[in-house]
Unconditional design. Structure first.
Length: 90
């Protein structure tokens, strides 16, 4: 299936032919089988259960979650940035 692009102009409605073409493409796409992508393997139920929300109420909650995940310590990065900023100032 080819990529089809429509340029919409503010205040201009799609023609009935354009609506029909879009509906036809959506219908055809919905009937195609799922194509497995080896670069993005399906996750197991156990892997899906490990997902956590990425929105946190506070920056402290975010920093704590990053530390627990072993990503990095945001406070250490802030200290390094502060040192770099001070070193750059003369």
């Amino acid at each position: 299936m080819n990529i089809v692009r429509y340029t919409l102009e503010v205040g201009k409605e799609l023609t009935p032919e354009e609506h029909a073409a879009i509906a036809s493409r959506i219908d055809a796409a919905s009937k195609k089988p799922y194509t497995y992508d080896p670069d993005c393997p399906l996750l197991t139920p156990e892997q899906l259960a490990e997902f956590r929300p990425v929105h946190f109420a506070t920056m402290e909650e975010r920093a704590q979650a990053m530390r627990e995940a072993g990503i990095f310590d945001p406070e250490a990065v802030e200290k390094e940035e502060a040192v770099l900023e001070m070193a750059g100032q003369k």
